[in-house]
Every structure is written in C-alpha cells, then in structure tokens.
Design a protein around this ligand. Structure first.
Ligand code: ASP
Length: 523
C-alpha cells in the first residue's frame, strides 16, 4: 500500500490551520485520475517518478494528527510508540521486519514440506512439562481450583507423535515461559519445532542445516558454509567462555595458569584457573580506560573480582602486576595469550568455568568496542556434545542441561547408571545447538525412547518414582508401546527473524509484543 501525499495539491489544504497543522496525517482516500510522468523526478521517493492527475478525490476517512511522526526513524519514544503500536507498524522498518518474518515462515514451510515433514498442531492447554522455566497457568471453570499450564514447548507431544508413527513432524508454534524478560525474550514466543524418527544426530543436523541454508539463500541471498562448522561444548567453553560462541572474531581465551603461578602473586597462586584474552591494537589504553574496564568486569552482571592487564606498547611492556613478574615472564604470558606488539592482554582468575564465562563476556564487550561484531556478517555453527547434566550447588542436585527427555550418549551409559557424582558429571548427550553470531538460535537432542532409561533419568534428577509416575506416567507408558528412536530440535523463530534482519531485539519482529514488564500497553 502506498500513501500518496496530496494534501496541498488537491484542495484539501483547507483542513490545515495554525492550531491544527495536520502534520503526518494519513487520510484514507480514493482517487480517480491518470498516472503521468513527473516533471521533477525525486529518486528518493518510491513514488518519485510519477504524479496522479486527479479527476476525482473521495475522502474515505479522515485522520487525527498521529502522536509521533510516521517515518523511517521515529522520534516518538518507546512508550508512546508501544501504546500506538498500530501506527508504529506503519513505519517502513517494521513493515520490512514483518515482511522478512513472513518470507522466512514461507521458506520454512516449503523446505520442510519438501523433506516430507507434516505440520501438526499440539494443544495449548496442557499439564505442566518441565523445560526449566516457570509455567503460565489458566484456571479451569469446569474444574474449580484446577489449572491448565501453557506449554513451554510441545516437547512431550511431539515425542508422542513419533510413538504414533508421524515420523517427520514440524510446527511453527507459540510457546509460553514465565521468565524475566530481556531484549531477546518475550513471555510468549514462536518456535519452529521439529521431530524425526529413526534418525541419528547426523541426520538431524544435516536436515536443519539445509533448512537454514535455504533460508539464508532465499531470504537474504547469503551463502553460508557447507558443511557448517561444528564445535564441541568443551572447546566452546574453553576457547570462547560461552556455549554460544561468536566466531565472527578471534580473540580466543587462553589458559595461562602454569605460566603465572608460583611467582609470589597470591591472587593467582590461590586461583583454580587463570585465563587471558589478547585485544589487538589496544596497548595504548590509558589508565582511565583500564580503570573503567576494571569497574566494568566487577559489575554484578560480570562478577569478576578484579582485572589484571599487560600492555605491549611502543615503550615496552607495562602491567598491573609488574612487581611480581620480570618483563620476560610477562612477554611469555602475552605470547601464550596470542598477543603481539601493540596489543593489550586482559587476565581474569578464579573457579574455572566461572572465570571462563566472565572472560567470554569480556571478550564480547571488547568485540563490541572494537566494532568486530557486524550484524550483517553471519557466522553460524553447531555446538555439539553437551554434558547431559548440570550440578547445582545451591539445591545439591543435578538438572538436565537440555531437558529430561534428552538421551545420554550410548558410549556413556555406564556412567549414566553409576551412583557417583563424578561419573554422572562426565555423561555427554547427543545434544546440539545452532548458534549464530553469539546467539543460540535453536537446540535439540536425540531423545530417550526407552521407558526404563526415562525412569532412570527422572531418578538422576531427584524425581521420585511416585512423582515421576504422576507427572510423566503418560510418556513413560507410551515408550512401552514400540517407540522408535527419535530426535529433533526447535529454533526460536523470533530470534531467527531478528538476526536475519541484523537486529538484536526481537520486538520489532513481533507484530504485538509485550514490554519488559510483560505488558502490552496498547490494550
Ligand atoms: N523442546 C526443546 C526446547 O524448547 C527443543 C527440543 O529439544 O526439540 O528447547
């Protein structure tokens, strides 16, 4: 739809008065006339080549002055634009965002249909299934005091469809999770949810790599590598401090414990792990900049206790721990971190995984500061071989890293049936995440399809026999009736759309999103 500005040309200027300038109004009109070439062409306007010579103009509906100007970059402010979302949606960036979303949805359906997948709907009013978040609940009028839960995902239903013999299922489906909201989270969001029978991890990865490749090609004209790179979870954590590594830039994390321990610096001597990143070309960072960076890593969102640096500047090596190390020793550390002349080495220490994660956050921050994270440069990969379980110190129990329906790797079954914590911690799963530019766009796993193994999983998770029977009896039972081996995954569709559009926030890719208090202020 194109709005043609006819206000001051065809006799409707009389409505524009000083008190009521009518700026930005979008009247609904019907015109009859002839399209002619324009004398003064304006290449900047979509309609800049033509004029319409009017014979008749009919005003179908007048418009009030909108509360903000409807243009490419609006100055309206978040709140006011959210209140008038239907006006915001008229703006070109949002029209482009929703058009991209539509295009991607069509590409997904065409691709999966072509691969023999069937789109099957699953219910929204269900019994709670655990996926790690809190449920939204809906009271039942017919059963007072009882509640339905809204699905966090169709996980159990899609597995039941596999038992039922629908061996390639997909659905573009709404999911509901009562979690704290961020730029890339909404209480209700959309998944591309998929499941396949008689498959191994390789089949799932190939199928959905193909889907992503088609989407990139057909919606953006971008070719992604074939095959996609794969990274094992342990390498992702060790080298990038994240299970969703941004591989658009290098700046890997290096362990330097061996090099710096035992030289009298107590903080390092007492640490389980000491790691460093090399920031290219930042040796000239000033005292003030380094102090600011130190404060930055101490913020609760990062949680480091302090920051040690080595600068490889033109006038030689400088470090915050000069007292404990000779220039030669510092040089060795810098080299181990991958730094050369002109670079800055940033060092954190503490418990291993925690420190790696902090270094990972710092790495992303430095990547942002150095402009290394161009949103139109796409670096997708699979992260594979996740641990099956995650120990939680606070509650003193294991949690499923992905969800309780994920199968242990067959070669780790002895550990899975062991009672020792160290054994259980070592169990890996055929679980995988699709990662793009530092964001997890999707994830899935090969599932348990055997009733005894599923019961064992609940036992490992500290869910007693009775509770497991009460909560999950239906799926454990289903596995007793010839359940095929199966696996699948789900992509976060809103995130896929946002990243394809070169944005981090998903709100522009949802027609009617909620704000970070979970409210739709328009309604
Ligand atoms: N149901 C899972 C999720 O929402 C995805 C999957 O395992 O297929 O993360």
């Amino acid at each position: 739809m194109t709005f043609i500005d006819l206000r001051d040309r065809y006799g409707i200027t009389q409505i524009v008065t000083e008190e009521d300038p009518g700026v930005g109004r979008e009247w609904v009109i019907q015109v009859e006339g002839t399209v002619v070439e324009r004398e003064n062409k304006n290449a900047k306007m979509t309609t800049g080549e033509i004029e319409i010579k009017l014979d008749k103009l009919n005003i179908l509906n007048k418009a009030q002055t909108p509360p903000f100007t409807i243009e490419e970059l609006s100055d309206g402010g978040e709140d006011i634009r959210a209140k008038y979302r239907y006006l915001d949606l008229r703006r070109a960036p949002l029209q482009r965002a929703l058009a991209l979303r539509h295009r991607l949805a069509q590409e997904i359906r065409t691709y999966l249909d072509g691969q023999g997948f069937m789109e099957i709907e699953t219910p929204y009013l269900i019994k709670s299934t655990p996926e790690g978040a809190r449920d939204f609940v809906v009271p039942s009028r017919m059963n007072p005091g009882e509640f339905y839960a809204l699905p966090q995902s169709p996980q159990t239903f899609k597995q039941l469809l596999m038992v039922a013999g629908y061996d390639r299922y997909f659905q573009i489906v709404r999911c509901f999770r009562d979690e704290d909201l961020r730029a890339d989270r909404q209480p209700e969001f959309t998944q591309i949810d998929c499941e396949m029978s008689f498959v191994e991890q390789e089949d799932v990865l190939n199928t959905f790599e193909g889907m992503m490749r088609t989407m990139f090609k057909n919606a953006l004209g971008v070719d992604i590598p074939n095959p996609l790179p794969r990274m094992c979870w342990y390498d992702a954590m060790d080298n990038y401090g994240s299970d969703k590594p941004d591989v658009r830039f290098d700046m890997k994390i290096h362990e330097i414990s061996e090099l710096v321990k035992g030289k009298g610096f107590g903080v390092f001597d007492g640490a389980e792990y000491i790691g460093a990143i090399a920031v290219k070309g930042c040796a000239e960072y000033t005292r003030k900049q380094l102090d600011e960076l130190t404060e930055w890593v101490k913020r609760p969102q990062v949680g480091a206790k302090g920051l040690v640096y080595i600068k490889l500047g033109a006038e030689g090596i400088k470090s915050s721990v000069d007292k404990f190390y000779t220039p030669d020793e510092l040089k060795k550390v810098a080299a181990a971190a991958g730094a050369g002349e002109g670079d800055l080495v940033l060092i954190l220490c503490g418990a291993k995984r925690k420190t790696q994660t902090q270094l990972g956050v710092l790495r992303i921050e430095m990547g942002n500061r150095l402009g290394l994270r161009d949103p139109h440069n796409f670096a997708p990969l699979w992260v594979v071989d996740f641990p099956l379980l995650e120990w939680d110190d606070e509650t003193q129990r294991f949690y499923a890293m992905h969800h309780p329906f994920t199968a242990p790797k067959p070669e780790h079954l002895d550990w899975f049936y062991s009672d020792k914590k160290e054994d259980l911690e070592r169990v890996c799963a055929n679980a995988y995440d699709f990662v793009l530019n530092g964001t997890e766009l999707g994830g899935g796993s090969i599932r348990i399809h055997n009733a005894d193994m599923q019961s064992r999983m609940f036992e490992v998770l500290g869910i007693g026999k009775e509770e497991a029977e009460y909560k999950f009896g239906f799926i454990i039972n289903a596995f007793k009736f010839g359940a095929p081996p199966h696996g699948g995954l789900a992509f976060g569709f809103d995130r896929v759309c946002a990243l394809f559009g070169g944005q981090e926030t998903i709100r522009d890719y949802i027609a009617f999103p909620k704000n970070n208090m979970g409210r739709d202020v328009m309604i």
